[in-house]
Design a protein around this ligand. Structure first.
Ligand code: BDP
Length: 684
């Protein structure tokens, strides 16, 4: 097996008893024809349940009698109201669904009722998940709905076929500056995304180069529309990343000033054209005035001017502008006393709170820097109260092992979404802010940079599929635990066999901490090779203009971001988070070097000195990486050869590479500090 089927891998049910049970239901499935998404839902149900039950699923739209399943939209299927009651159906949110087992004249029935076609598709995938994890269907009483309205994937694909920060092959969308001609892979991707509730996708890299600038022109819009139609059938709306300088670069205008009437008219005309091609187009994703991308600053305007201009063009069509907050002075240099990069997003955007249109969302990276293995949560969550916000995560493992190392990211993401911002007093989590609930915002949600490419198993490292799956599940409901997600994914991907699920789940759940322990310590981050960001280089960025420093010298290490004596970043957090980070005693160990510069002999809350912590974690981390290989080997007889081998190869590479990390980091700090490891282990 290659891993291509990912978590939609259906196999016949092995228990005769359960098979008999399932067949009673699938002997007859009633549903009413409707939107295309509903047809998709029924195709998925027939496909999945057909394989599991080894029977043809019988679909019918008449004569609701006997045993079976009834699926439909509440408003089209009046019988559902009689069965489930008006009251409960009335409270069902958009995209939510109910799944309930009932008995009718002694015969088993299952009812799936949704408010929208998307809801129906999600209900079907849920039902298939239950069957794949060998659950019975006669006691179901499930009510589900997504907590975030926007659950988005960002592709960083370029039309030449490359993927920025892609670690699983080339783009499945583009080749040689054109769209691909075989759409089957895109359709399979849409299936994977919809199966975990994702409902939006941006099709091109946020760094919009020359060719991709043309995606909004009449030349390329027909192809965009074709791609969008594949996603529409699975309930996903398509977005495009746009180039802010388009009016100049492709529109023949002398300026891209957002307040210029000609520019505003140009964008309106383009928006109208886009919606003629793609009536359910989602909107624009924008990286502006960031890392040399054009933006409103060129014209002396601010981000609200830029975003609102685009928002006005899209508004008549119901489109959204997703404006990224990854804005910092990328040539800053501490010697010039320019501001701390960590402060940048907050400093740029809080003064603009309340000045964005209703159809603008600010997309905020989880941390103030850039997807490091450990960062504090961005203080911009909670710093804004009158602006729609979205959380941006990175599924592609740019700084977390590039899909050669195992790093199960839902563990990290859970800490982020659960983080208490104290924005409205205790208990204002990031999850509540981005859903829009905390501040009663109209739009909200979450976006993440995809980790897939045209590798046969989608993600390079087969186990990295768990990150894509986990992102979808968390974007649906941020309260689901990382353990539960790991278990679900393992079960769906490898089958429900206790030894397999236990082993793989434990490996996944340990992996973030393992990766963190042999890479950059205590929240300092960035000790990577510049540009490609793979492998250790302690000083890789230390003297560069790009502003990511650890300030290690022979006395100590860490960045002083306190209000009292440092950059003042800590003061971007409200009380009591501010006091917690500001204080050397209270600052959590794992973030100590992000907030404080300390001597190597400083004692952590764990009781260890900083230097001993560095040595210990790096020795242990490399050993634990080796341990992952051993744990995987115990599954040799339980997993098919193809998938077993691929994972083994990656884990072995990780174990080797972890030793390199250990040696580079430990040697560096032994030399810098001159302090020996108390256990006198060899340092290379
Ligand atoms: C950084 C990546 C860079 C992206 C940038 C972004 O290194 O490739 O373009 O983020 O998010 O992590 O815009």
């Amino acid at each position: 097996e290659s891993g291509y089927e990912a978590w939609l891998r259906y196999r016949p049910c092995e228990s005769e008893e359960l098979l008999g049970h399932y067949r009673k239901y699938f002997n007859r499935v009633w549903f009413r024809q409707g939107l295309e998404i509903m047809r998709t839902a029924m195709q998925e149900l027939s496909h999945g349940a057909g394989i599991i039950t080894r029977c043809t699923v019988r679909l019918c739209d008449e004569g609701w009698q006997g045993a079976g399943i009834a699926i439909g939209l509440i408003d089209d299927f009046s019988e559902l109201k009689d069965l489930l009651g008006n009251e409960i159906l009335g409270t069902l949110p958009e995209d939510g669904y109910l799944m309930r087992s009932i008995e009718h004249e002694g015969l088993p029935r299952l009812v799936l009722a949704a408010r929208s076609a998307n809801g129906m598709l999600y209900a079907v995938f849920h039902l298939l998940r239950l069957m794949k994890s060998v659950q019975r269907l006669d006691r179901l009483n499930i009510a589900e709905h997504p907590r975030n309205a926007l659950r988005m994937i960002n592709q960083w694909d370029n039309m030449d076929g490359s993927i920025e920060r892609g670690y699983a092959g080339r783009s499945i969308f583009y080749r040689d500056d054109e769209f691909v001609s075989d759409w089957s892979r895109i359709r399979d991707y849409a299936r994977l995304l919809a199966s975990v509730g994702i409902n939006a996708i941006s099709l091109n890299n946020v760094n919009v180069h020359e060719r991709e600038t043309l995606l909004i022109t009449d030349e390329l819009l027909p192809k965009v529309a074709q791609t969008a139609s594949i996603f529409s059938a699975y309930g996903l709306r398509t977005y495009l990343s746009i180039n802010f300088a388009s009016p100049r670069q492709i529109g023949g205008l002398p300026t891209a000033d957002p307040l210029d009437e000609g520019v505003r008219a140009w964008w309106k005309e383009r928006a109208d054209a886009i919606y003629r091609h793609i009536p359910d187009f989602g909107g624009f994703l924008v990286k502006a005035d960031s890392e040399f991308r054009p933006g409103p600053y060129t014209y002396g305007r601010n981000h609200a001017d830029g975003a609102n201009m685009l928002a006005d063009a899209l508004e008549p069509h119901g489109g959204l502008v997703i404006w990224r907050c990854f804005v910092y002075d990328c040539l800053q240099d501490w010697r010039d006393r320019k501001p701390d990069r960590a402060r940048a997003a907050y400093d740029h955007y809080t003064p603009l709170d309340g000045r964005f249109r209703e159809n603008v969302l600010l997309q905020i990276k989880n941390g103030p820097m850039d997807f490091q293995v450990r960062e504090p949560v961005s203080p911009l969550f909670g710093g804004l109260s009158k602006t729609n916000q979205m959380l941006e995560l990175q599924i592609t493992q740019e700084y977390t092992g590039q899909q050669k190392h195992l790093c199960y990211l839902p563990s990290q993401w859970k800490e982020i979404v659960d983080f208490d911002t104290f924005a409205l007093g205790e208990g204002t989590s990031v999850a509540q802010i981005v859903s829009g609930k905390a501040f009663g915002r109209r739009h909200g949600g979450v976006a993440a940079v995809s980790n897939i490419g045209d590798d046969q198993n989608w993600t390079g490292h087969l186990l990295a599929q768990a990150n894509l799956y986990g992102y979808g599940r968390l974007s649906w409901n941020m309260e689901i635990g990382e353990e539960e997600i790991a278990w679900e994914w393992t079960c769906l991907t490898f089958g429900k066999k206790e030894k397999v699920t236990d082993t793989i789940c434990c490996m996944l759940l340990d992996s973030w901490s393992i990766y963190e322990s042999y890479t950059a310590p205590l929240g300092v981050g960035w000790m990577v090779q510049p540009n490609h960001h793979y492998g250790p280089s302690v000083d890789g960025y230390e003297y560069s203009k790009w502003g990511t420093y650890h300030f290690a010298d022979c006395h100590g290490i860490g960045v002083n971001r306190t209000l009292l004596t440092g950059t003042g970043y800590s003061a971007q957090y409200p009380s009591p988070q501010f006091e917690r980070y500001e204080s050397l005693q209270d600052c959590p160990d794992e973030l100590l070097l992000f907030f404080h510069h300390v001597p190597y002999t400083h004692r952590l809350q764990s009781g260890k000195t900083v230097i001993q912590h560095i040595y210990d974690t790096h020795y242990e981390g490399a050993e634990r990486a080796e341990g992952l290989v051993e744990r995987w080997k115990t599954l040799e007889d339980d997993i098919d050869e193809g998938r077993y081998r691929q994972v083994l190869d990656r884990l072995q590479e990780q174990a080797e590479h972890a030793k390199e990390w250990r040696d580079v980091i430990n040697t560096y700090f032994l030399r810098k500090s001159g302090i020996q490891d108390i256990h006198k282990r060899p340092i290379y």
